[in-house]
Design a protein around this ligand. Structure first.
Ligand SMILES: C[S@@+](CC[C@H](N)C(=O)[O-])C[C@H]1O[C@@H](n2cnc3c(N)ncnc32)[C@H](O)[C@@H]1O
Length: 176
């Protein structure tokens, strides 16, 4: 497959899974997290399909299209792991949809980061029933990996539903 074909399939997978998750959360209460703003493409899509949701963006260095930069109240600027820790003060157990797209060129490093650092940092923020759409496989106890839509390459993108995120209940002050 050419690199162009691969890039197109990746973008299609992002859009299809974000559309599916946005539909599936319906009117469930909660906020949306975009981890990795990049040039703002997926952020722009998420705010288009979820116009009434608060969307919090995590990015170490903003280099997005000027039209696709969130306001300061919705931007966690700096390292995503540090900032997910800070966000627990206000967003624990409240994220109903998360899109994580933090990967760079190093596949092994991306996978290790997602599994060992991102997953545990993200878990306390997830609401029960939250959808997590990710470029990397995650390790989320209490979540199930959902099947990809027909025709989507396995391993290109991933989608989870947090049916029973244990830490979320504790951090949201509900019974564990
Ligand atoms: C592939 S791009 C995201 C592209 C975006 N989804 C889009 O559609 O434009 C990945 C982004 O994640 C950011 N990033 C990677 N690792 C990070 C970290 N540890 N903390 C904060 N941001 C990080 C990078 O700066 C980069 O902008």
């Amino acid at each position: 497959m050419s690199r162009l074909d691969s890039a197109i399939r990746r973008l299609q997978a992002q859009r299809d899974l974000l559309n599916q998750a946005a539909q599936d959360i319906g009117s469930m209460e909660g906020v949306v997290l975009e981890l990795g703003l990049g040039n703002g493409r997926t952020y722009d899509h998420m705010r288009a399909i979820l116009p009434d949701r608060e969307i919090y963006v995590f990015e170490r260095e903003v280099r997005a299209h000027p039209d696709c930069i969130p306001d300061d109240q919705h931007l966690f600027l700096g390292d995503v792991i540090d900032n997910l820790g800070l966000a627990r003060k206000t967003l624990a157990g409240r994220a109903i949809l998360v899109h994580a797209d933090l990967g760079s060129g190093d596949k092994d490093a991306n996978m290790a980061f997602a599994r060992n650092k991102l997953s545990p940092a993200l878990l306390p923020l997830l609401a029960t029933g939250a959808y997590v759409v990710s470029d990397q496989p995650l390790s989320l106890p209490g979540a199930v990996m959902l099947p990809l839509p027909a025709g989507m390459d396995p391993d290109r993108y991933h989608i989870y539903r947090a049916d029973d995120p244990p830490l979320a209940r504790r951090h949201a002050g509900r019974v564990a």
